[in-house]
Design a protein around this ligand. Structure first.
Ligand SMILES: Cc1cc2nc3c(=O)[nH]c(=O)nc-3n(C[C@H](O)[C@H](O)[C@H](O)COP(=O)(O)OP(=O)(O)OC[C@H]3O[C@@H](n4cnc5c(N)ncnc54)[C@H](O)[C@@H]3O)c2cc1C
Length: 220
């Protein structure tokens, strides 16, 4: 069970060029979030997505263009020259648990002799349907704001779910108190205990779980 049901939020971004300088790197990352699409009424999929504004440093924008857009060479340099005039929005899209998606130990070890992680993950039909809906929505938003030369960058965010919570030991690694079913007195309180991804950023929930687990741990 450990390592199965690896979850990652869909994180597709839509960037656009504007006529006036935007300087998105001066803004707070994810300063604006809308949850209007967490359960969109016209959805032909389970779940949904939130949309957040993006504010990234130039180096981060460059790596996103390379990794998510496949840009390189002159095309990449031209896009970076326009970066002061660009703004972007992106999603956290829900990801359904799937036995196909796993984190396993690789044969290769690091400098301390610890096996490296090997992640197998691909978007299933539901994640692809969410991504299609979200890309259309974000495109409409950017065009309505006056953006042009739109660019869609593929991306995933956040690693969740590989020690999922369930009261049934056949379905999960930890119980509702985040205590291991199999190993006596082992408690787990990180992102791995999420049984589903939802669409929220996980950081605050992870911190809350750490405090809650400490309370349960001290209570015996
Ligand atoms: C670039 C980036 C941007 C992000 N932005 C956001 C955001 O805006 N909002 C949000 O909610 N989340 C965000 N996240 C996700 C968030 O940071 C993670 O979900 C969260 O930190 C996960 O907490 P964790 O306790 O599960 O793991 P971690 O924070 O990774 O903690 C694991 C700890 O274990 C330690 N460790 C690992 N191996 C060993 C070992 N063998 N022995 C001892 N210690 C070990 C590591 O050093 C580390 O301190 C972002 C993540 C990244 C990378």
């Amino acid at each position: 069970m450990v390592g199965r049901n690896f979850l990652a939020h869909g994180g597709t971004q839509v960037w656009a060029q504007f006529d006036a300088p935007i300087r998105n790197y001066r803004g707070y990352p994810s300063a604006l979030i809308t949850e209007d699409f967490v359960r969109p009424p016209d959805a032909d999929f389970a779940g949904g997505y939130l949309i957040q504004s993006l504010g990234v440093m130039p180096a981060t924008y460059a790596t996103s263009l390379v990794r998510g857009g496949g840009l390189w060479g002159e095309e990449l340099m031209t896009a970076l020259e326009h970066s002061r005039f660009t703004a972007g929005i992106g999603i956290n899209g829900e990801c359904l648990p799937s036995d196909r998606n796993r984190l396993e130990l690789a044969d290769e070890t690091d400098e301390f002799g610890v096996p490296r992680a090997c992640v197998s993950f691909s978007a299933g039909p539901n994640e692809q349907a969410i991504d299609g809906h979200a890309t259309q929505t974000m495109t409409r938003i950017m065009e309505a704001a006056g953006g042009h030369h739109l660019r869609v960058l593929a991306r995933t965010a956040h690693t969740l779910g590989t020690c999922r919570t369930s009261d049934d030991p056949a379905e999960g690694v930890v119980d509702g108190d985040l205590r291991s079913h199999d190993v006596p007195n082992l408690w787990i309180c990180d992102n791995s205990v999420f049984p589903s991804s939802l669409s929220a950023n996980p950081g605050l929930i992870t911190m809350a779980l750490a405090l809650r687990t400490a309370d349960r741990f001290l209570a015996g």
